[in-house]
Write a protein that binds this ligand. Sequence first.
Ligand SMILES: N[C@@H](CCC(=O)N[C@@H](CS)C(=O)NCC(=O)O)C(=O)O
Length: 384
Amino acid sequence: MQTCDLQILELHIGNHFKTQLQIKRIYLLLRRVKLTAEETKTKGRPITTPGRSSPEPAQPCSRPVLSANITMHIASPGSLSTTPGGAGPAEAQRLSECPGQDLVEIGSEQSPECSTDVPDEQPTLWVFGYGSLMWKPDFAFRSKQVGYIKGYVRRFHQGNVTFRGRPGKPGRVANLEQDDTGQTWGVAFEIHGEEEVNTVLKALYTREVVSGGYVMMTTEFYPRENHLRKPSAGSCDSLSSLCEEGEAASPQDVDTNISLDRVPCLSADVERKKSIQVLVCTVTQECDLYLGYDEVDNMASQIVSASGSAGTNVEYVTKTADYVRMHIPEDEDSHLFQLDAKVRELVYRAHARNAGSLKLDLSEFAHMFHETYPESHPESVKAS
Ligand SMILES: N[C@@H](CCC(=O)N[C@@H](CS)C(=O)NCC(=O)O)C(=O)O
C-alpha cells in the first residue's frame, strides 16, 4: 500500500501585496486548504470557513514589490498519478493515487497510508472568477460552480496594456469595487492536488498580478443555491416551524406547492455555513493602471479602439456579458449590460457607416448588436 509521505512545498509568490497583513491572509487561505478529519467525514462538503461573511477589504497597492514565501505542507507528488503530460483536460482528472478519499488534516506530521479508508491528503484551492476567468480560466480545475461574493460589484475600471490594450492606449478589464450592499456573480473553480494548486497559483500570479496589475485577496463565495429571493412578507409563515427549530428549510424540505415567490427562508447562518473561502484577484484605486469611473459612452469608445496580445477589448467585454447572460441568469449587472450594449452599438454603427472609421477590424462583432439587442433598430442608432 503506497505511503503518501508529506513534502514541504515552498511556494514563492512574488507579489504586489501591500502589507504583511495581506500576505498573512493569503497564507491563511493556503493553510485553509488543510481540512480537519472531522470536517471531511461528510465527504464532498465544500471547504467552509467561519471566516467573515463580507470580503476582506482589498489593500491599497503600493511599492516596492514585496516577496512572500508561502509554505504549504502537502502530500508529495509521488502520491499523484498524473495523466501523461500533466493534468488532463480542463476538468482535471483526480490526480491522487488514493481516489475517492476524503481530505485530511494537511501538514499533520503523520504520513497517512493511502488506502480506501485513509482520506486523500491533497490540497484544494478555490479561485473565484468574475471577468475573463469565467470564460477563459486557462488552468485545469476539478469542478466549478456558479455563485456570488458579497460586498463588491463588478466594474470595468482597471486599465490594461497587455492582453487587451497597449501602452498609451489602454483597454478596460473587469475589477471589483467595494459596495457594502453589492454582490458579484461569477464562477468558483476547484483546483485539487499539490501540483495543480502550485501551477494555478503561479499562473494566476503571472496573468493577474504581473500582466494585469491585480492583487490577490480572499473572501467568501456563496454557491447559487444559497441565493434566495427575499421572501415576500409572510411567505415564511408555513416554514417558520422549520426555521424556528433551527433546521434550515431547504428546497427539498419544503412543500413544493409553495408558489415561486414563496421561497424557503433559510436562516442566515445556513447561508454562512454553505460559503467557501476563495482566492480572488481585483485591484484597488492605488494599483497601476487603475482608471476608475467614466461615463459609459466614454468607456465604450475606449474599449472599441483598444486591443492587446489576447485580442480586442470588444471581445473581452462582449464575451464576459455573453457568459453571464448564458450561464448566470441571476446576475442583473446593469453596468456590464449597459457597457456591452454601447460597445456593440458603436461597433454596429461604425460598420453600418464605414468599417474604416474603426482602427480595428471588428467585422466579426458587427452582427452582435442586433443579435443581442434585436429590439434595437438601426435608425435608433444615433449618428455619431
Ligand atoms: N480577476 C478578474 C479579471 C481577470 C482578467 O480579466 N484578467 C486579465 C489580466 S490583464 C486577463 O487575464 N485577461 C486575459 C484576456 O483578456 O484574455 C476575473 O476574475 O475574471
